[in-house]
Write a protein that binds this ligand. Structure first.
Ligand code: G3I
Length: 363
């Protein structure tokens, strides 16, 4: 423990390096982590954005009908504020966080909309001026790029309309917050990211107050992440007019070896190069500070060690790689992947995705 604590204080700071270029470096945490001195020291030193991992989800906040359970999110947010860390709200509408009483309510579309409006207005309003961003809608898509018709309570009950309404209500409650749609497996161009692209393009054309696309980025070390494909995908959302954030980055490893940790560091390096170099990528959040608190081992048996700090809060090779990237500063060339203006890059990235995959209409 002493060794870990010594390492903590020897470190330079990710947040300070990133701040020179206006980039936020985030982590996720729950109330429980605040009891750890190492967590608090490492997080306050390295991160400038914090996402409550579970405590702002609907099944947590609205666990009991008619009541708002916000004691723990209040504590997390106050801790972050004390340490000059900005807070991202996560998440207003998610099919996996629907309270049991609501699922069993038998409510009509109008009743569910009425509840959603009241819930979003109250929760977002409660933290007005304190949360800089919200994941308004989380994981709305199936892997094939279609909206979740079967697995989402809100999609089933309200149809696609719940999405635009959620953004409108959140914006009314807090016009200053950046509002995101957030999803996983949308790092590169594929049917799911194409579905997401088609939806956000449509929402924008309708004047819906949506500002950002959250790319969760839960990836595997042995996966086939391509730097160029990630860059091209991020660029197409930016070219459409969106802000992009990597919102839940982790790189899980099966049976870590030195080589795999080095490869993991390379993947982290790729994400941070893009985040640092593209002005419209405004934050990059890892899904936790230390491997000790990561969701990975319980969700993916056999996988672990997905974050920047090990279980004793000592920095890993990935941490060093990220620090190197931040110290080196933005690479201007990444803003000009394709020759010509943003318009050219949009045309080209669209052409690339049309070649590989068919666009699937969202309605
Ligand atoms: O707090 C209770 C505890 O009282 C109880 O004894 C225990 C028994 O299972 O459960 C505890 O709650 C768990 C909670 O994490 C806190 O540890 C829930 O069961 C468990 O489902 C929950 O998992 C979270 C998951 O979302 C579901 O909400 C993970 O921590 C969290 O990392 C994960 O985060 C999601 C993002 O929100 C969206 N994107 C994917 C990402 C990973 O799944």
């Amino acid at each position: 423990m002493f060794i870990a604590a010594a390492a903590v204080f020897a470190q330079e700071s990710l947040r300070d390096e990133a701040a020179k270029y206006g980039l936020l470096v985030g982590t996720a945490a729950g109330r429980a982590q605040l009891y750890s001195k190492n967590f608090c020291a490492v997080t306050a030193k390295n991160f400038s954005s914090l996402t409550p991992e579970n405590e702002l989800k609907m099944d947590y906040v609205a666990r009991k009908q008619g009541a708002y359970n916000v004691k723990n999110p209040d504590t997390i947010i106050a801790w972050a504020e004390e340490h000059g860390i900005k807070v991202r709200g996560h998440t207003l509408v998610w099919h996996k966080a629907v309270p049991g009483w609501l699922q069993r309510s038998g409510w009509s579309k109008e009743q569910v909309h009425q509840f959603l409006k009241e819930y979003i207005t109250t929760l977002v309003g409660m933290y007005k001026g304190r949360l800089y961003a919200w994941d308004v809608v989380n994981e709305a898509f199936e892997d094939n790029g279609r909206l979740r018709e079967h697995s989402s309570f809100f999609q089933k009950t309200c149809g696609t309309e719940y999405i635009e309404k959620a953004f409108i209500w959140a914006h009314e409650a807090e016009p200053e917050a950046r509002l995101f749609i957030n999803d996983y497996d949308v790092e590169m161009m594929n049917p799911k990211s194409n579905g997401l692209y088609a939806l956000v393009e449509k929402l924008l054309a309708q004047g819906v107050p949506i500002h950002g696309v959250g790319i969760q980025a839960h990836v595997t070390e042995e996966g086939a992440l391509s730097f160029q494909a990630l860059l091209a995908n991020v660029r197409r959302f930016i070219d459409l007019g969106f802000e992009v954030q990597f919102t839940e980055l982790d790189v899980r490893i099966k049976l870590a070896t030195e080589e795999k940790l080095a490869h993991q560091a390379q993947i982290y390096r790729d994400f941070f190069r893009i985040a640092l170099s593209l002005d419209k990528v405004t934050a990059i959040t890892t899904w936790g500070t230390s491997d000790r608190d990561s969701w990975i081992p319980s969700a993916f048996p056999g996988y672990a060690t997905a974050l920047l700090f090990d279980a004793l809060y000592a920095p890993k090779p990935a941490y060093d790689a990220v620090l190197d990237v931040l110290k080196a500063g933005p690479e201007k060339k990444l803003n000009f992947l394709f020759p010509g203006s943003g318009g050219t890059s949009l045309m080209l990235s669209r052409a690339m995705s049309a070649l590989d995959y068919e666009f699937i209409p969202v309605n």
